[in-house]
Write a protein that binds this ligand. Structure first.
Ligand code: NDP
Length: 393
């Protein structure tokens, strides 16, 4: 029996995680669920999975959360704030943590789980993009196991040799990692109309059902850029060893190419319960509730190169990956601010890349290594991006 904390339980990944867990009451029990604004959903989840703790990230919602818990007869203990998130991520009773808070807000509780030596199922890619070396060093020093949940990285993990060691691509006979991406909803849309893309259009992914921030990131392909950086940190590769391949059907979730000409791909229906179930059960397998891939109906699988004019954010992220930690932290922060402004209908779709690129251009290159320096760069880039957005209004 594994005891699990779900950070970001109310989100898309959190709900899918609870769905998989509910299928295996003999294998998993929930220690804590956390959320931020969706309090009713959080309380229903806590009741349904008999969680011991509920954590509301925003302290301003504590009183309302307690009222709801008592009205809904939720027996869990209700906590709030950053310290409580760290507590449920690192408590001795916890075996594994699903890190599924969106954005930089997930960094500190995910790091708390890493430092407590937990098995960390990492969906929150932004945490790794912000703090790559620090995060991976902490995992090594504290014996944490990092299991990638992002479907692409989970696929790569499944395609690597079982004895693969961080950074040992050449020794393992691997020539490159092929990171696939659908290209999002605007793969064929005329470039001249990109400035008119509405929030509703950007929030409609052709293959995957996800939270709003990652859905917009998929439309700009910043998501693939963040995944590019994530892949380099997770597997210890250089930027030259990762290649992005457009694969509109999202049937292949990524591939590993070997020096002998072999390519190993992981395939399946686009349903996040597959990588989640893999993370929960690793190294075993459990039923995820996902339908088997039916090759008689899959149809053609196609592949293409990414067009960087269409997806300027992808190139920005690849460049930032080469530039180092300060650049990736700043890019992630600027992008979170720009996407939030787009979702609030304050800026155009095309302004997202503009704000990201200008933020990077206007900040001097520096080297960062400590958590404090990383958090400072995050704040600096958020302030810069916000100022740029005010200038665009
Ligand atoms: P959602 O937006 O659906 O959910 C985000 C979760 O984070 C919610 O539980 C939300 O709480 C919580 N949250 C938001 N802001 C804060 C905050 N400031 N402090 C604490 N908690 C907060 O996102 P997704 O589930 O789509 O994505 C989660 C992560 O997983 C992201 O990093 C994403 O990139 C990654 N991922 C997602 C995939 C997907 O298919 N969805 C695929 C691969 C990776 P509330 O809702 O209560 O406000």
């Amino acid at each position: 029996m594994q005891t699990i904390t779900i950070l970001g339980a109310t989100g898309s990944i959190g709900c899918s995680t609870l769905d998989v867990i509910a299928r295996h009451p003999d294998k998993y029990r929930v220690f804590a669920v956390t959320g931020n604004t969706q309090l009713e959903r959080l309380m229903s989840q806590a009741k349904a999975c008999s969680a011991r703790y509920v954590v509301v990230a925003d302290e301003n919602h504590y009183v309302r959360a307690q009222e709801l818990a008592s009205a809904m007869n939720v027996p869990a203990q209700i906590l709030c704030g950053a310290q409580a998130l760290d507590h449920v991520a690192s408590a001795p009773e916890v075996d594994a943590v699903m890190a599924a808070i969106v954005g930089a807000a997930g960094l500190l509780p995910t790091l708390a789980a890493v430092k407590a030596g937990k098995r960390v199922m990492l969906a929150n890619k932004e945490a790794l993009v912000m703090s790559g070396a620090l995060f991976m060093d902490a995992a090594r020093q504290c014996n944490a196991t990092i299991l990638p949940i992002d479907s692409e990285h989970n696929a790569i993990f499944q395609c690597l040799p079982a004895d693969f060691k961080y950074g040992s691509l050449e020794q393992s006979g691997i020539s490159s990692i092929l990171l696939t991406g659908s290209g999002g909803p605007f793969r064929e849309r005329p470039l001249e109309s990109f400035a008119d893309i509405s929030v509703e259009e950007a929030c409609c992914h052709p293959n995957w059902s996800m939270g709003r921030k990652i859905t917009v990131d998929s439309a700009t392909m910043m998501n693939k850029g963040l995944e590019f950086i994530e892949a380099c940190w997770l597997f210890g590769t250089s930027a030259d060893q990762v290649k992005v391949v457009i694969h509109p059907q999202s049937t292949i979730h990524s591939m590993v190419q070997y020096v002998d000409g072999s390519v190993i791909a992981q395939m399946g229906n686009p349903d996040m319960r597959t990588p989640i179930a893999y993370g929960l059960a690793y190294p075993e397998r459990v039923d995820a509730g996902v339908e088997a891939l039916d090759f008689m109906t899959v149809g053609s699988l196609t592949f293409d190169q990414p067009c960087h004019d269409r997806y300027p954010n992808l190139q920005l992220a690849i460049d930032a990956c080469r530039d180092g930690q300060a650049a990736t932290t700043r890019l992630n922060a600027a992008n979170e601010v720009a996407v939030a402004a787009f979702l609030n209908k304050e800026i155009a779709f095309t302004d997202i890349a503009r704000v990201n690129s200008e933020t990077l251009n206007q900040l001097e290159p520096i080297t960062v290594s400590t958590l404090q320096q990383i958090l400072e760069q995050d704040t600096l880039a958020r302030d810069k991006a916000s100022a740029l957005i005010r200038g665009l209004r």
